[in-house]
Ligand binder design. Structure first.
Ligand code: FES
Length: 153
């Protein structure tokens, strides 16, 4: 059911934990299963120099988050926000369809962490330029996300 690469990232996840004094924090709940994700980032010159994740998600969430952190590290923020669930699934050699929603957790968390970083630096123009207004609005309202039913898959 899972590719070797998924299993390898699940057994050996990269960048697990929380960065001390992060430049940006993104917390998100998965609307499909209600699982949670926290992403912390360090940013230098609009480039993600470090990134870590913590999740209460399933095995696929662990593997996809691990891959998101690898894909995002060293990227400019405008490129990092383009990491989609499909990018992550492709990098892992595929995911079962019923697990595609799991790969949203880390990429959504990353978008929020970037929006948080820009907000803390008073760069609302950049938030608009990158289309992160929705992320900002949800964070300001304290919304984790629309929690769905607990995952049964
Ligand atoms: Fe909830 Fe995968 S993240 S089932």
């Amino acid at each position: 059911m899972y590719t070797e690469k998924v299993m390898e990232h699940f057994r050996n996840p990269r960048n697990v934990g929380e960065i001390e004094n992060p430049d940006g924090v993104g917390v998100v709940g998965n609307p499909v299963c209600g699982d949670l994700m926290k992403i912390t980032i360090k940013v230098d010159d609009d480039t993600i120099s470090d990134i870590k994740f913590q999740t209460f998600g399933c095995g696929a969430a662990i593997a996809t988050s691990s891959m998101v952190t690898e894909l995002a590290k060293g990227k400019k923020i405008e490129d990092a926000i383009k990491i989609s669930k499909q990018t992550v699934a492709d990098a892992l050699g595929g995911l079962p369809p019923q697990k595609m929603h799991c790969s949203n957790l880390a990429s959504d968390g990353l978008r929020r962490a970037i929006a948080d970083y820009l907000k803390k630096n008073g760069r609302l123009d950049k938030i608009r330029e990158l289309g992160l207004e929705k992320e900002l609005e949800k964070m300001e309202k304290g919304e984790m996300d629309d929690h769905g039913e607990l995952c049964e898959v």
